[in-house]
Design a protein around this ligand. Sequence first.
Ligand SMILES: [Zn+2]
Length: 616
Amino acid sequence: MRSRRSATTVRWIVPGIFVLAFLSVARAPLPVLAAASEQPSLVILSIVGTSDLHGAAFPRGGLGGLPLLAGYVNNLRAARAADGGAVLLVDSGDTFQGDIESNLSEGALIVNAYNAMGYTAESIGNHDFDFGSTDSPTARQMPGDLRGALKARAAQARYPFLAANLIDDGTGRPVEWPNVRPSVVVNAAGVKIGIVGVMTIDALRSTLAANVQGLRIAPLAPAIAAEASKLRAAGAEVVIVVSHAGGRCDRFDQPADLSSCESESEIFQVARSLPHGLVDGIAAGHSHGGLAHQVEGIGIIQPFSRGQSFGRVDLVFDRKTKRVARMQLFAPRGICAQQDPITENCVPTSASASANASADRSAAPVKYEGRVVTPDPAIVQAMAPARERVRRLQATTLGVSLDVPIRRAGDFGSPLGNLFAHALREAVPGADVAVINNAARGLRADLSDGPITFGRLYDVFPFDNRVVKVTLTGAELGRWLAIEIREGRRNELGISGVGMRATCLEGGIHIDLRRGVGQPIHDEDRLLVVTIGGPTLSGRVASAVPLGGAGPAENAPVVREVVEDWFRGLGHLANDQLDHATQRRLESADPQTVACVQALDLLRGQSLLEELDERW
Ligand SMILES: [Zn+2]
């Protein structure tokens, strides 16, 4: 890995060392000046940007994967090494939360790979707060610092995490955590390059609120301007911004033509607000869009998301004028092993495409910078230990084996939703009712038959949402459930603690609630209701607080861990208790009600099955 980094001629200069380096040059000027005079005037600095990887370390359908991305970067580094230039590899955040290999290692597997790939810097994204506190070896949320997992990733990285506009309320200044700082200066091919990191103004509203308490986001442009000016004053000859804020364009053939772009894109507004000539390039992210455009003389790149492509801008720096003389922007480049030899477009190799089919399309090994791109085995190796730990964790059994699968969608209620609700209600002392709405969407998979492992439970609910408690009257709970049914989500309701009967009245659906065996719940009764807390990680998790009520308490249990504990505690009574947990709560003996609910489905113009089949 050391030789890989030195080949890029990128060298670290933290501010203190920068001064020392300058002084040592002053003490021995002659050899340095002689070497400098032999250097060509123009030098190419290739900025490669990745963003919104969301844990996608491995290829899907022949697209993406960090070992293959490293292959492209290796080819580019070889080209720059040959012409005396350098490559800077930067990531614009939302790096860790997503695929299971990354999630179950809290992103450690990705940092292992990025360290081996010789990343230069990354900016922090909103979803990089999602993991909260660090996990124990069995993937338990540990009490303590709710930013512990993010800080652990920064500490693990051999490149800095940058966040110039993430302000600590306590100090009024950008956060200073180990290896997290506003900016960094690196020396690449003898050019001093300042790099500033920022995140979107909405960052703290798009993650779990508890994890970002005591933090705020400062407006991007003034934060960049202040930091970039400081870097220029300290001798930076080029300044680039790594930004977890971005934009979206559809065409990439004319960098100056913004007609295919969302004109109000956050990063365009930032670029327009910066003093002219202060910033040379921006590696953007967050919006999952693509960019290869120039705004106010700044080259902006953005590579879509999930590691399917990378962005690139070449800054041609003139050592005589100490300015960027020109730049070349490249369209987001798909990451794949095979390409169409004529169009150079990626030819994905999916499981469904037969060997014959891809042969028909005359796919050829992909080339970049004149060489065939090959996955870098060093990156596979760097991720291997964390991947093995994840596999072992996935295979851990919870002591229960299912004779039949438990499905998300049922008929008048979700069996798997009922089970989650049951486990949540049992875990909260004094809880009367637990409700999970939208369970068929919030839960990401059915629980298939066979032994239940941690990995399979994780596939059902990969999020770290916490349990939330809310007090409702019988009337409020009934109204909420009636809305769910009227909106066509009757099969997505998970309920525990009450039985209910739906009746179709002229004014709409009416819900009668009862406890246990027939004891009615009155409109004015007050009920402690337990559910899954928002805000969501994916935007699609069941967020079941009906009245915009309280969020989860900081120390509330994590939903998945509650269900895991419930399974572990089942023991030999498993079958009885499973039946009890999943059994139907909603009865409607009245055929008229069934007809009325079905008519409502038809009125909504979409059958429930279609809705469940939607990809999300
Ligand atoms: Zn984001």
